[in-house]
Design a protein around this ligand. Structure first.
Ligand SMILES: C[S@@+](CC[C@H](N)C(=O)[O-])C[C@H]1O[C@@H](n2cnc3c(N)ncnc32)[C@H](O)[C@@H]1O
Length: 212
């Protein structure tokens, strides 16, 4: 695309500004937490928020809370009475994420669970209209298989980082486990006729998957 930098600036200047609490969360994550580039950020957070406003899910499941940016972005869009459960296995991040959930006044909408998603998902009794996959890339197929029966027909999975810094183009036997995991996941979705999907090339790629 021509003028990519200018167009990105134009898009930014003609889209809704980042919420103040999310701005503070982004800054605090970059100052105090390792691997801050994992945070979704404004463009993706806004997309998640708007998708929640469109789809009006009653229950959202997020795998990979990190410092809470995507959880807060999605929960901001939920109707009264609707809820989001977010799981992360790094319990050191829990107090940090919890503080920002409080600052965003979303304690009644967000439940943060600490533990390995692969162990916790089977114990969740709810069904989920929307599932956001954003934990370990080598485990996407495991998460997908564990959540599939908990999603009603017409429900959605959003899988983040499915272009994996363009490494999906390097489909070689010695690519690392996360790259192989993403490549295998995208192939599985493409050939699974129980879903329909589109990979949106926003940020690191989001696979939008609808269960038929
Ligand atoms: C990319 S970050 C999530 C970013 C977050 N969704 C955001 O937008 O700010 C991935 C997170 O997944 C967590 N994680 C990795 N494997 C996991 C697993 N098996 N179960 C639960 N959490 C896991 C990591 O601890 C890390 O915090």
């Amino acid at each position: 695309m021509k003028n990519t930098a200018k167009l990105n600036e134009y898009v930014k200047n003609h889209s809704t500004e980042e919420d103040k609490v999310l701005q503070e969360l982004d800054r605090a994550t970059h100052l105090h937490v390792l691997r801050a580039r994992m945070l979704s950020g404004h463009e993706q957070g806004m997309l998640l928020y708007l998708l929640v406003r469109m789809l009006k899910p009653q229950r959202i499941l997020e795998l990979g809370t990190y410092t809470g940016y995507s959880a807060i972005s999605m929960a901001k869009g939920l109707d009264d009475g609707a809820k989001l459960i977010s799981i992360d296995k790094n319990d050191e991040l829990l107090p940090f994420a919890q503080e920002f959930v409080r600052k965003a006044h979303l304690e009644d909408k967000i439940e943060l669970l600490s533990g390995d998603a692969k162990n916790l998902i089977p114990s969740l009794n709810d069904t989920f209209d929307l599932v956001f996959l954003d934990a370990h890339k080598a485990e996407y197929i495991d998460y997908y298989n564990l959540v599939f029966d908990k999603i009603p027909s017409g429900g959605f999975i959003l899988a983040d980082n499915v272009l994996w810094d363009s490494k999906v183009l390097e489909d070689t036997p010695d690519s690392d486990a996360q790259t192989q995991g993403i490549i295998a996941f995208n192939k599985l979705i493409k050939k699974n006729n129980r879903v329909e999907n589109l990979i949106l090339p926003i940020r690191d790629g989001i696979n939008i998957i609808r269960k038929k």
